[in-house]
Design a protein around this ligand. Structure first.
Ligand code: ZN
Length: 221
């Protein structure tokens, strides 16, 4: 009889780097020996205070991904050129990155999945460049509920076989609870993994591995 597997948890930190927050998040992850992914905003990753943090995260074994350059309008709501520019400028911001897997996560606006998040022109780029396009299955809302998000995140992690949690290394105050969150997961025997649950990956090494229809605008601009 197969023994019951403990749930797996993958952590991602979006929208940074943030000088007041990212160092504490990195310290906390190091303390718990957890490797995560940082999906960075290009404009912040090229800032004088941001680039060293993205480099530090990478040096410490975390994966870094492009989360668009300006993180202001979902790609599906942009015209072709503007959508491609968001992606390419986000890549330029990470030109120093040497990482076998090239990662992209679209901006969705408050974590809501839908046909607004991707543009066909960017999908072409992701395919041609051999990218991984990574979504999520747990959005505990740390940015809007900096005190209460841990309860929702724990609930997700306990009830799913493999959670891909979206958190934010932003200055909301939420990350002061990261240590407690990680400790609880560890105490409950959950397994931290850096890789992603297959159902959250739309494109793997440039290959479309899931139907993209639910994420692409019907009539792209
Ligand atoms: Zn974001």
């Amino acid at each position: 009889m197969e023994s019951e597997r403990m749930p797996k948890v993958t952590l991602t930190f979006d929208n940074g780097p943030t000088p007041e927050v990212t160092p504490c998040v990195l310290d906390c992850l190091a303390r718990h020996e957890v490797k995560a992914t940082f999906f960075v905003v290009g404009a912040k990753a090229i800032a004088a205070a941001g680039e060293p943090l993205a480099r530090r995260a990478n040096r410490e074994g975390h994966w870094i991904g492009n989360h668009t350059f300006s993180h202001s309008t979902p790609l599906g709501e942009l015209k072709r050129d503007a959508a491609v520019r968001e992606f390419e400028r986000g890549e330029d911001a990470l030109a120093w990155l040497e990482q076998p897997r090239r990662l992209f996560r679209p901006y969705a606006r408050a974590g809501r999945l839908g046909r607004h998040i991707l543009h066909p022109a960017v999908i072409e780029k992701l395919q041609a460049g051999g990218y991984w396009c990574v979504l999520w299955n747990s959005v505990p809302g740390d940015w809007r509920d900096p005190e209460g998000w841990v309860t929702r995140a724990l609930e997700d992690c306990r009830t799913r076989p493999w959670s891909l949690v979206v958190l934010h290394d932003q200055a909301s105050g939420a990350m002061k609870h990261l240590d407690r969150f990680l400790r609880t997961l560890r105490d409950e025997g959950m397994e931290f993994v850096q890789d992603y649950p297959p159902e959250c990956v739309l494109i793997a090494a440039g290959k479309i591995v899931q139907p993209l229809d639910p994420y692409v605008a019907e009539a792209a601009l």
